[in-house]
Write a protein that binds this ligand. Structure first.
Ligand code: SAM
Length: 224
C-alpha cells in the first residue's frame, strides 16, 4: 500500500478569505479532516462548499484518539489536520499528534500547507527586527510567570508571545514592573473587524486597553 499523507493545513486567524488555493484543493481531496473544533471548522468548509468528513482532535483528546488516527493512516486514508486558527502545531494541540507520529516512526508523509499564523502576522507589522526573534508561545498561567517576564527583560532579540484576554492586563502589569522601558507592540484581533495594533511602553498600552475597555479578543505581544 502506498504511504499516505497527513497535510498540516494553515487556516485563517479570523478573516475567512485568508486561505490558500492549495489548502482549499487539499481540503476537498482528503478522506478526513481532523479539527480542533469541528463546528468552528465547518464555517470555513461551508463558505468554500467543501463537503468532507471531519473528526475532532483537540488538547483533551485521549491517547485512544491518536491510536484511531494511526489506524486511519495505516488503512490508507489521506488526512488533513487543521486548528481553530492559523498554522496547526504552532502552540496548539496539533503538535502532540505530529510529535507522536515522528517519535513512533509511523509511516506517513507529513506535508505542510503553509498560510496564516498569528505569530508571523504580528511580527510583520511590528516594525521590530525580524531577522532574529524568539517565540515563547503562551505566558505560563501561574508558576514561572515572573521568571518569564524577567527573562524577556534580559533579551536583546525581538520577543513574541501569546496571551489570553483574561490575563493581558496582568501581563502588561508585569511588563511595566520588569521591563518598563522596552518598546511593546500589542496586536489584537488580527485580520478581524476590530483589528487593533497598540504601540508604546507597557504603561501606555495598559492605559489605552483599560480606558477603551479593549482587553477583549485575541492577543499577540511583541517586545524589543
Ligand atoms: N496555531 C495558531 C497560529 O498559528 O497562530 C496559534 C494557536 S494558539 C492556541 C491561539 C493564540 O493565537 C490566541 O490565544 C492568540 O494569542 C493568538 N491568535 C490567534 N488568532 C489571533 C488573532 N486573530 N489576532 C491576535 N492573536 C491571535
Amino acid at each position: 500500500m502506498p504511504i499516505t499523507n497527513l497535510y498540516i493545513i494553515a487556516t485563517p486567524i479570523g478573516n475567512l478569505e485568508d486561505i490558500t488555493l492549495r489548502a482549499l484543493r487539499v481540503l476537498k481531496e482528503v478522506d478526513l479532516v481532523l479539527c480542533e473544533d469541528t463546528r468552528h471548522t465547518k464555517r470555513l468548509l461551508d463558505k468554500y462548499e467543501i463537503k468532507v468528513e471531519t473528526m475532532s482532535y483537540h488538547q483533551h483528546s485521549k491517547i485512544g484518539k491518536i491510536d484511531k488516527i494511526v489506524q486511519l493512516i495505516q488503512s490508507g486514508k489521506n488526512l488533513a489536520l487543521v486548528s481553530d486558527a492559523g498554522t496547526p502545531a504552532i502552540s496548539d494541540p496539533g503538535n502532540m499528534l505530529v510529535k507522536y507520529l515522528v517519535e513512533n516512526k509511523i509511516e506517513v508523509h507529513i506535508v505542510p500547507i503553509p498560510g496564516p499564523s498569528a505569530v508571523i502576522s504580528a511580527l510583520c507589522v511590528s516594525g521590530f527586527p525580524t531577522d532574529n526573534f524568539v517565540f515563547l508561545g503562551f505566558v505560563p498561567h501561574k508558576k514561572g510567570r515572573q521568571t518569564f517576564f524577567k527573562k524577556i527583560a534580559e533579551q536583546k532579540q525581538t520577543v513574541v508571545f501569546y496571551e489570553s484576554p483574561h490575563r493581558i492586563l496582568k501581563a502588561l502589569d508585569s511588563m511595566q514592573e520588569f521591563l518598563p522601558e522596552k518598546e511593546i507592540v500589542v496586536c489584537r484581533e488580527l485580520t478581524k473587524v476590530y483589528e487593533s495594533i497598540y504601540r508604546g511602553k507597557a504603561e501606555d498600552i495598559k492605559k489605552i486597553l483599560t480606558t477603551d475597555n479593549q482587553a477583549k479578543g485575541e492577543f499577540v505581544v511583541i517586545t524589543h
